[in-house]
Design a protein. Structure first.
Length: 100
């Protein structure tokens, strides 16, 4: 079960600096890391997950938007494959093995 209740936009383009807004009203913080991946890594990698084109982006920390429970995430989507389905993967606390 994911703590994320909304993501905007729901599709992304192959941009070097792509930003999405994430609604995560309960457990997310500036310590939360997220990435886009064909699947979410089954191996525990607390914090930064390295990029592995075209299968996943490098993970990045959430940044506050100023609205409670709303965050934004900026990542490099230039090496993703157009038309492929990617999951939004997250490590809530950025330093332990808790993942969604």
């Amino acid at each position: 079960v994911s703590p994320v209740t909304a993501v905007s936009p729901r599709t992304v383009t192959q941009d070097l600096s792509r930003t999405i807004t994430v609604t995560c009203p309960t457990v997310c913080s500036s310590s939360t890391f997220m990435y886009l991946g064909v699947d979410c890594d089954a191996i525990s990698r607390p914090g930064v997950v390295p990029e592995m084109p075209p299968f996943r982006t490098r993970s990045a920390p959430l940044q506050a938007t100023g609205v409670t429970g709303e965050w934004f995430l900026t990542f490099d989507a230039s090496n993703l494959t157009a038309g492929l389905f990617y999951h939004l993967c997250l490590d809530v606390d950025g330093s332990s093995t808790t993942r969604y």
